[in-house]
Ligand binder design. Sequence first.
Ligand SMILES: Cc1cc2nc3c(=O)[nH]c(=O)nc-3n(C[C@H](O)[C@H](O)[C@H](O)COP(=O)(O)OP(=O)(O)OC[C@H]3O[C@@H](n4cnc5c(N)ncnc54)[C@H](O)[C@@H]3O)c2cc1C
Length: 382
Amino acid sequence: MAEDFTIGIIGAGMGGLTAAAALQRAGIKARVYEQAAEFTRLGAGIQMSPNAMKVLRAIGLEPALREMAFQPQHQLSREWRSGEVNLDYPFGKVAEDKYGAPYLLMHRGDLHRLLNTTVREEDVLRSKRLVSFDQDGDGVTLRFADGSSDRVSAMVAADGTHSHVRELLFGAADPSYTGKVAYRTTFPAARLGGRSIDDCTKWWGADRHIVIYYTTHNRDEIYFVTSVPEPDWKTESWSATGDLEELRAAFSGFHPTVQMVLEACPQVHKWAILTREPMPAWSKGRVTLLGDACHPMTPWMAQGAATAMEDAAVLSRCVTEAGPRNIEQAFLTYESARKARTAEIQRVSHSNTWLHRSGNTDWVFGYDAWSAPLKEPEPVQA
Ligand SMILES: Cc1cc2nc3c(=O)[nH]c(=O)nc-3n(C[C@H](O)[C@H](O)[C@H](O)COP(=O)(O)OP(=O)(O)OC[C@H]3O[C@@H](n4cnc5c(N)ncnc54)[C@H](O)[C@@H]3O)c2cc1C
């Protein structure tokens, strides 16, 4: 790779950090610009399925994740009131043997902290909110809210669902609100007073659900995330809190195990669930999008971060293969290799049927971003 060739990545979230780590490991210079001044461990769990774990393995995180995270033996799909099991889907060793990587559950903040260690510290610049950029035949000039600017050879925007870069590239269009909110939190399992939960369960009601699981290897922390109808709530913020009494009322008829968990929970965050239709294009010239910036999805399939990580691996392969002189081609190959898959996952996730009564997870968990075919880009319309 040319000595001074550098990719600027906007956003040090799940996708941005993974992309930086993958590029750096391939010998490509990458620098991340993040608007936040610091990162905090907010109450949220995250599921890392085998397709995501194969990416995380290649950037060196598997041993630390195995030590820290919880490996469920199965995921249960239960009726909301009776607790009747509709599906007992094997994870644990069965999934690991089948897909070549484990299915792990963890605290999102712990994963983010580990992802940070995979990128050279001096290459993650904080308090850098991108406000505008210009590109020409040689590179991209980035401008930040603090008045500073920087010059990179190409830019990858991993700036999340409300991506400013997406707006600058393709015009403003708000993501659509699903009419559902996610209440979510983590709390010490000791608050259950010696009682326990299943490894990982989704409790299905008619118009709402709750997923409950352990987030740590030694089962000392519990996480839950809900989907509850609420037509008028539009706030999507990591720090917005929800009303515990409203949450408990929303699940009042649910099985006693659900009631027990909600009673034990000390506080909860509330988050509007947004989505967006698949986009026809992700790239323009030396700029491309990655993760939620180009394919935000409902969390009901637990694949948002996983697909952002897949993007990161495929992107690094495309840049490596095409070389710095062909970066525009590399970005087109990347998006054409990724669009159909991410659009299908967006669609299935939105239908909220994943692992309800049956399921074939092969097409999702069996994917290996390091060896998946790279499709030729579609011809650009004049
Ligand atoms: C309730 C819920 C549960 C979920 N559970 C799962 C799960 O179990 N498994 C899973 O795989 N996915 C899950 N997801 C999805 C997952 O959280 C997202 O898909 C993932 O975080 C997307 O990663 P990203 O890097 O694209 O964006 P983000 O992680 O959102 O990162 C974007 C980053 O860009 C920064 N940024 C934004 N604008 C700018 C700017 N102008 N300049 C500089 N920096 C900027 C932000 O501060 C942020 O750090 C869940 C989502 C929700 C809402």
